[in-house]
Design a protein around this ligand. Structure first.
Ligand code: IPE
Ligand code: IPE
Ligand code: MG
Length: 238
């Protein structure tokens, strides 16, 4: 008997395949990124019906700076455009937006927009949308450990008391539950530095669909499959 019939409370998605989607259509990669950004709205809107309270999406990794300058700056302007264009609907639809990742490396204008979007949606609680932007799991853990070391040096953290819960409190995701289900689109079976600590016991769905083709029906199929799984967390069911 699966113990997950209720569906996942927190779904995290590695939105991959925008570039290949565009390439297949003979278009530039940024065309795929724009199509991908449009998909986000439908998926966020589908959450309440699927019982998904927390949705975390991987928008830009700490490794994505390795791409061409044109692609990186195109993505950054797409993020600004998304925030500006979606703010009103997100407020109205009860979506609380948070960003995780290393913010200081982003440009000041974008950081300000991210801060504002978090502020104006802070009272919402229908869906918790977390956008991972300049996010890397190893980077996040390194920053957390740096903060812990500082606090230990200041005397506000006793090293002897440090345990898993302590580290969890220093992560960008400190207010979020761990993801129950991680979906990666585009056929790649790797996690590419996404939520390394948090997904220790997550269920995974690696699906072939490219992100711009990921509809709410495909999303519903993923959450339905999740509901048939048996999560044991290392224990033996009796
Ligand atoms: C995912 O699509 C979006 C980002 C990483 C920003 P890709 O751009 O990685 O698309 P593919 O993997 O090249 O097809
Ligand atoms: C992961 O996709 C990052 C995002 C979806 C933002 P990538 O396309 O960057 O991952 P790799 O390079 O194939 O591992
Ligand atoms: Mg990719």
């Amino acid at each position: 008997m699966p113990d997950t019939e209720t569906g996942p409370n927190h779904v995290a998605i590695i939105m991959d395949g925008n570039g290949r989607w565009a390439q297949m259509k003979g278009k530039p990669r940024l065309f795929g990124h724009h199509a991908g950004a449009k998909r986000v709205k439908e998926i966020v809107r589908a959450c309440p019906d699927l019982g998904v309270k927390y949705l975390t999406i991987f928008a830009f990794s700490t490794e994505n700076w390795k791409r061409t300058q044109a692609e990186v700056s195109g993505l950054m302007s797409l993020f600004r455009r998304y925030i500006k264009g979606e703010m009103k609907d997100l407020i109205q639809e009860g979506v609380r937006v948070r960003f995780i990742g290393d913010r200081p490396r982003l440009d000041d204008k974008l950081i300000k927009m991210m801060d504002d979007l978090e502020k104006v949606t802070a009272q919402n609680e229908k869906v918790h949308l977390t956008i991972a932007l300049n996010y890397g799991g190893r980077d996040e853990v390194s920053r957390a450990v740096k903060e812990m070391a500082r606090d230990a040096a200041l005397g506000t953290l006793d090293p002897e008391t440090v345990d898993e819960t302590t580290l969890t409190r220093y992560l960008d995701t400190r207010v979020l539950p761990d993801p129950d289900l991680v979906i990666r689109t585009s056929g790649e079976a790797r996690i590419s530095n996404f939520l390394l600590w948090q997904s220790a016991y997550s269920e995974y769905e690696f699906i072939d669909t490219l992100w711009p083709d990921f509809t709410k029906d495909v999303f519903a199929e993923c959450t339905a499959r999740y509901a048939t799984r048996d999560r044991r967390f290392g224990a033996v069911k009796v």
